[in-house]
Design a protein around this ligand. Sequence first.
Ligand code: MG
Length: 298
Amino acid sequence: MSFFEVIDPVFGSFVMGNAPVKQIATGFDWVEGPVWFGDANCLLFSDIPNNKIMRWTPDAGVSTYRAPSNYANGHTRDLQGRLVSCEHGARRVSRTEHDGTITVIADQFEGKRLNSPNDVVVKSDGSIWFTDPHYGIRTNYEGFKAEQELPCNLYRVDGDTGVMEVMVGDGNCPNGLAFSPDEARLYMADTGRMHSDDPQHIRAFDVTDRGLSGGDVFHVIAPGCADGIRVDEDGNVWSSAADGVHCIAPDGHLMGKILVPELVSNVCFGGRGKHQLFITGTTSVYRVSLNRRGVQMP
Ligand code: MG
């Protein structure tokens, strides 16, 4: 069998026919939020319903990194290499300092509690951008069932002042997000409210000195929806989908797919050369080597 579906012939040069999509960890309920720590040669990822952050290393395999995790979902690293996490249970975005203590980055807006922060990126100016859909408060499965107090927004928190502002307020359920390599563009996945006529797309915003503009639909994912997304160093967008990972060119056309046997939630680049893609898919984590590299992050 082939692990790949080549749609644009260029995608054939992104993948290697003899590189497997390998299951490296399994037995979880809903894995999300993969983030690579090159300096520790490890991957962290969330098992949301089991209230854990797990760690995987090539030599030692899987162990528990943090439990309880406050039903953590998406993660990233900031410019100092610290872990930044979205926590459904505590309804906040937090930072794990180098000494292990936790700092709250955001847990409310204009006096109202956040919903359940889902995914997060840090821009090169140190600002923290995160999405806040309601998935973690709809049921007790991925957090604690609660009343929604705020719309499902995309926020920016200034890294110096902590000032927080709504950057996208007209989404349905904003989810994954990623900047283009030059940070001139912000991609935002919208996974909707799981109704059949809801958005299953990625929007693209132009990033200006004063904020965001544009926001047109960049690509519609099918089958499934774009939950987590990451960008490679050439600006291609790698998105989760129901049948695997879709690779979308900067002009919005689908170039090819990595086929995965479980519903995929998120991806991240990592490994020695930033050339491996780690894929969280329902009960398992998968890894595949590519002839592409992720955007350079700390
Ligand atoms: Mg997500």
